[in-house]
Design a protein around this ligand. Structure first.
Ligand code: PMP
Length: 393
């Protein structure tokens, strides 16, 4: 039967892979109401606690009062307004690059950058656990597309040997489901030998990483020669929405001329750019947010290892707990929720089969007491689960 959607959905349900959207009835903050229940949440990407910051909210309100609520048109037609321009200049200065270009979402920034830079006859090499938007971009580009083993420089080098045309090496800065860092110094050095360009999507690194929140390139002290194409998203640590690509004058002009996901879409509301200008200022200057976040992460890792949980090699606010089967991940997530803790279960196809996990994330707006509460409840639920046999693999 064509379009047998009911069967497709039933299969997904039977495999414990059905996804549902929790309804958030309060702003982004640690204590939330979701589906009518009061919960303590550890699953937002609002890493620095800026999404509900009064100064950022005020900047958005003032921006809306002055500029209205819509972008109105694409950037190339009549949608490129003064706040967009000011934010691009501020992001260029922040990243230490000649220019930056704003996008409405990170997904589009990634599609735009890859498809504008490589096409038929070229090569795109990606870490195999890159974000879906980067993998989709590689496929859409029409370039020869190959995935190297996660963070594996030898595996990348082998593929570089066979590459043809302009070659783009693409990696997440912080891997979104594992929380680990790209091995950037080695990846960049390997790419350079073969005249390949490196593109880094640092959606999760800007804000938490680097002395001034400049992300993985600041963390490793890398420059534009190492990473000519740098992507950041604004919906995570910046607390607002949208994304940017930062790089050379020529790179940005190339995107403006050739990137279809840039050209054929409405600009983000200018008020969002006003809010982001304020959150950028806070992200850079309030280093206590990073310090507090890092101390919460260290405490969690210590406590979780005492409980016997399997964590990943992550120094970032993304601290997944590996569980194994989708069924067990759902069970642990449900047990936590019954006790007032909200953490999402991440299952295939987002992560490989057998590596379902709870993706715990921390924010500077969490308190130490809230992390202790998470650890206490995790210990209780984990010990209870350990006594039950695993049903599937
Ligand atoms: N890149 C990475 C690594 C991400 O985790 C995400 C969002 N989860 C994106 C890009 C997409 O960004 P946006 O949500 O702004 O579309």
């Amino acid at each position: 039967m064509p379009f047998d959607l009911a069967s497709r959905l039933a299969e997904r349900r039977a495999a414990h892979l059905y996804r549902r959207r929790p309804l958030l009835e309060t702003p982004q903050q640690p204590e939330v109401t979701v589906d009518g229940e009061q919960l303590l949440a550890f699953c937002s990407n609002d890493y620095l606690g800026l999404a509900s910051h009064p100064d950022v909210v005020r900047a958005m309100q003032q921006g809306a009062a002055r500029w209205g609520v819509g972008g109105g048109a694409s950037h190339l037609v009549m949608g490129h307004s003064t706040p967009h321009h000011q934010l691009e200049e501020a992001l260029a200065e922040f990243t230490g690059r000649p220019r930056a270009l704003l996008f409405s979402t990170g997904y589009m920034a990634n599609l735009a950058a890859v498809t504008a830079l490589v096409g038929q006859g070229d090569t795109v090499l990606e870490d195999r656990i890159n974000h879906a938007s980067l993998l989709d971009a590689g496929l859409l580009s029409g370039a020869r597309f190959s995935r190297y083993l996660h963070n594996d420089v030898d595996s990348l080098a082998k593929r570089l040997d066979k590459a043809a045309g302009d070659t783009l090496v693409v990696t997440d800065g912080v891997f979104s489901m594992d929380g680990d860092l790209a091995n950037l110094p080695a990846l960049c050095a390997t790419a350079k030998v073969k005249n390949a360009w490196v593109m880094v999507d640092d959606a999760h690194g800007f804000g938490p990483l680097g002395k001034t929140g400049g992300g993985i390139v600041e963390h490793f002290g890398l420059g534009i020669d190492d990473v000519p194409v740098l992507v950041g998203t604004l919906g995570k640590a910046f607390g607002t929405a949208g994304a940017f690509v930062a790089g050379s004058e020529e790179l940005i002009e190339t995107l403006i001329q050739f990137a279809r996901p840039y050209i054929y879409t409405t600009s983000q509301p200018p008020a969002v750019a006003c809010a982001t200008l304020k959150s950028l200022e806070l992200l850079r200057s309030e280093s206590w947010r990073r310090d507090h976040l890092n101390s919460l992460i260290a405490r969690f890792r210590q406590g979780a290892s005492e409980i016997g949980l399997t964590l990943m090699d992550s120094p970032t606010p993304i601290q997944p707990i590996l569980v194994g089967s989708s069924e067990r991940a759902l069970k642990l997530s449900a047990a936590l929720r019954e006790r007032g803790i909200l953490v999402g279960a991440i299952r295939p196809p987002t992560v490989p089969t057998g590596s379902a996990r709870l993706r715990v994330t921390f924010s500077a707006s969490h308190s130490e007491a809230q992390v202790e509460r998470l650890l206490d409840i995790l210990a209780e639920c984990w010990n209870q689960m350990a006594e039950e046999p695993e049903a599937d693999a």
